[in-house]
Design a protein around this ligand. Sequence first.
Ligand SMILES: Cc1ncc(COP(=O)(O)O)c(C=O)c1O
Length: 391
Amino acid sequence: MVIYLDHNATTPLRREVRARWLEALDRFEGNASSLHGPGRRARDELDRSREQVAAALGVHEDEVLFTSGGTEANNLALLGTMRAHSRARLVTTAVEHSSVLGPAARLEAEGREVVRVGVDRRGLPAFDELLERASAARGDRAPTVVSVMAANNEVGVCPPLDRLGPALREVAGSRVVLHTDAVQALGRCPLDLRGWGIDLATFSAHKLGGPVGVGVLYRRRGVRVEPVMTGGGQEHELRPGTENVPAIVATALAIELAIAEREEFARRADELARALWSGVSRAVPALELLGPPLSPEGSAAHPDGTRLPGTLNLVAPHVDGKVLVTRLDLEGLCVSAGSACASGSLEPSHVLLAMGLDSERARAGLRISIGRATTPREIQQAVEILRRTLG
Ligand SMILES: Cc1ncc(COP(=O)(O)O)c(C=O)c1O
């Protein structure tokens, strides 16, 4: 028996999404750019999927671009907007995913100005500093690209984008291009792209029950982005390459379902996370829960930012997170130390370091993330395994 509590790394393909994907594989064999019948059928289906995603997100279809995943969408958002504005600077935070920090480092190496705003002990970026850095007057009126994730994949902290977006507009108007990496947030946290003034947003299908290898970049009409790759004219000339129509069809359904079921998912995942923390903290009192406090049942969101439903990051004293993950795996519990992308590395988590943990504790973080199919019984069993392993 395996208990899988690593849904922030990837969550299983939903049954109905798998069925739609297989059906589309049989039906759509043409290249969506070809003019013949099979090509036109693939194009029609691609258009329908784009409309479906746009309707679920509450945006226009021409604002939806398909990519090969969240990583590519983040690269396109950051490199693409910065290259479209040769004098723009980038303001981001110290706790972003590597697919944001990587392009930021590349831009810096190319001589561009990049600011990384720090976070507090809960992992929340300094709100006033973000506003100040984004609106700092510059003689040439070049825009500032601001990239702040909607939910952190390691700790689960959600910065208050609902306040940040409107506040940025108030201080900097259209001189700010606001991007959010919402890979972990979609289908789990409220997200109002239009209402919060978001210009670009990144999503990934495999984090919400869709296939691995499909991402979405929302790009508000009028936001200038340069393509990062060269090739054909697909995806509004911004992302060359033949579209994977069957996987995109599956992604559209996964996104629609995740958004429709968000509140129910959040309620259940919060309940299970509370049960897990209450059981494990009683069994192992030395454990520390990182990030904002778990909201008590039925409480309103924390004013400074909330917690991603179902994500817990625990630190056990004097334990290496990666050693612990291996021991838990032998016991049948799948969790992770930090993010999946970094889990092969021996480096301490950059997120936990930014939150002020020393390097020993920043290596000790254990991420537990709950998914749609997680049951109360699995949570009980996970508590028991954690108690045996850590107690
Ligand atoms: C916050 C965040 N952004 C981006 C990504 C990258 O997405 P993908 O795996 O689709 O490339 C991930 C995946 O771990 C993530 O958690």
